[in-house]
Design a protein around this ligand. Structure first.
Ligand SMILES: [Zn+2]
Length: 170
């Protein structure tokens, strides 16, 4: 287990290339965003000739983690690298790590991006105001705690009746 704080702040040219290859891997659940935009891929460094990808799972119960790690490994190998995956569990992933671009893509895809900074238990239990990704109305209702995957809750907009998934804050 690696500590993300020990990672080198800069990347060599090779590491930069490896990062670019790994960062293209889409999230298996939300293919419109990639692992870098989601903040799951923390870093890629060249260590002893291996391209080491540091991956932080969104949360431990998420079955997509293994698929993501495998996809990153394949992407690095296809780019000509000898890949190694290091799972980084500290600090834990939060939805705050999703980049602005990632949030925009989620919204465009019809998934309400997580509310900024709501890294709390309250948010997990749906006590948040969720804006409709289609019309922006905050007049929304939660239909079920679990949407298309366990990481998302299912909502419906009462203004435009658009159903949508909300990426739960964890
Ligand atoms: Zn709406």
């Amino acid at each position: 287990m690696a500590d993300v704080h020990q990672l080198k702040p800069t990347r060599s040219a090779d590491a930069q290339k490896a990062w670019a290859a790994a960062a293209l891997v889409p999230d298996p659940e939300v293919p419109c965003v990639n692992v870098a935009e989601l903040g799951i891929l923390r870093d890629v460094q060249m260590i002893d000739g291996k391209a080491v990808a540091y991956v932080t799972p969104t949360y431990t119960g998420c079955p997509a983690v293994l698929a993501i790690e495998l996809a990153i490994e394949v992407a690095l190998r296809e780019a000509g690298f000898d890949p190694k995956i290091e799972r980084v569990v500290s600090p834990p992933w939060t939805t705050d790590w999703i980049s602005d671009e990632g949030r925009e893509k989620l919204r465009a895809y019809g998934i309400a991006p997580p509310v900024d900074g709501s890294n709390s238990k309250l948010a997990l239990f749906g006590e948040t105001i969720v804006a409709c990704p289609k019309c922006g109305s905050t007049d929304t209702e939660k239909l079920s705690e679990f949407g298309s995957t366990a990481c998302k809750a299912h909502y419906r907009c009462t203004s435009c009746s658009e159903p949508f998934d909300y990426f739960k804050c964890i």
